[in-house]
Design a protein around this ligand. Structure first.
Ligand SMILES: [Zn+2]
Length: 356
């Protein structure tokens, strides 16, 4: 049963239409425009700047003499230049995470331009969705869900390739499912997504590896969509982002959850699971960055699958604790937090390399 399901799953994943990358883009509140002329370069989607502007009703043109692309906005001209790390808008320069580049004859911008700079140019927020991580077919039938969560997440080691080939991130909850809600109105689903986006950016920009989010906006996911990124062949770390709440204000700190079927004992005679090793590295990096880590806990109530794919569910803090809440709401603290998680993954990968 499980074997045949695995075969079906691999077939679905191999044949999914994500071979052709596509994104959706629109000014918030407008109908999303599907952009299919998308190139993946170092794991980052690039769309033609003409297409991107068109999707939000802006116009621009390339000046082949000055080698500058000029964009007309309601508040004046903006400029980007291939290979330059700045957007010039009026008299100001805004740093770009990824430089525009010519690919296949068209000047293209990476997704961070769409998310961070387009809203500036149209003075309005932007809807952006990378359609790549979502599976295109569903596993139907009674019990399919149980089988989906029971499937084996195998650590896929390539013999010659780099040690980290891809990362799957699941920002918990979304849509009607808010997760926990703080007294201040802060919603867990939003914090999870903010942290996931920051982590995604770090991995893409520092390592250039593909990062697959189960969702990149505020919508509900099917169980299949939630787990699909982790089942991809090139993914070798799965991070699930959550936060929790307690009845009283006292419980505090980060908790890292891993599968129960794996040894949590630090006894040298017991070989530590990859997930435990990953959690330990994260815990250490978090503590070194000044975060309070309440512990690493095995759990069997989570749909983490079986197998040895290094998987950690990060409970980023307690919404019921004032210090944790202040930290989770603060953008600077969010950035420090994901940097520590990123460092933990790096240390884990290096450790694995040494032990080989
Ligand atoms: Zn949660």
């Amino acid at each position: 049963m499980r074997r045949s399901f695995l075969l079906i799953l691999s077939f679905v994943l191999l044949c999914g239409s994500y071979v052709d990358a596509a994104v959706e883009l629109a000014a918030r509140g407008e109908n999303p425009v599907l952009l299919q002329d998308v190139y993946i370069f170092n794991g980052v989607p690039y769309v033609a700047v003409d297409d991107a502007l068109d999707a939000v009703s802006l116009r621009g043109h390339w000046n082949s003499i000055t080698h500058v692309y000029r964009i007309k906005t309601a508040r004046g001209w903006a400029e980007i230049t291939p290979g330059s790390a700045y957007l010039k808008f009026g008299e100001r320069h805004y740093p770009l995470g990824t430089k525009p580049r010519f690919i296949d004859g068209r000047l293209r911008v990476a997704e961070d331009f769409l998310v961070d700079q387009l809203p500036r140019l149209i003075d309005r927020s932007v809807y952006y969705r990378n359609l790549d991580p979502l599976p295109t077919r569903k596993v139907e039938g009674e019990g399919a869900l149980d089988r989906l969560f029971a499937f084996l997440l195998r650590k896929k080691k390539t013999v010659a390739g780099p040690d980290l080939t891809g990362v799957a991130i699941d920002p918990g909850h979304g849509g009607l499912d808010n997760g926990v809600i703080a007294a201040t109105g802060l919603r867990e689903k939003d914090v999870n997504l903010q942290l996931a986006r920051r982590l995604q950016k770090l991995f893409k920009m520092r390592l250039g590896v593909p990062v697959y989010l189960s969702r990149d906006d505020d919508y509900e996911l099917t169980a299949e969509q939630r787990v699909a990124p982790a089942a991809r062949d090139n993914v070798d770390v799965w991070l699930l982002l959550h936060a929790q709440a307690s009845y009283g204000p006292t419980p505090q700190g980060v908790v890292l959850l891993i599968r129960r079927d794996q040894p949590v004992s630090a006894s040298p005679s017991v070989e530590k699971s990859p997930s435990l090793q990953l959690a330990e590295q994260m815990s250490q990096a978090l503590r070194e960055a000044g975060f309070d880590v309440a512990g690493i806990q095995p759990t069997d109530r989570l749909p983490l699958g079986d197998g040895d794919l290094p998987t950690v569910q990060i409970e980023s803090g307690y919404f019921s604790n004032p210090q944790d809440l202040a930290r989770l709401e603060n953008p600077d603290d969010q950035e420090l937090f994901v940097q520590a998680l990123f460092q933990g993954v790096l240390n884990f990968v290096r450790l694995e390399e040494e032990n080989r």
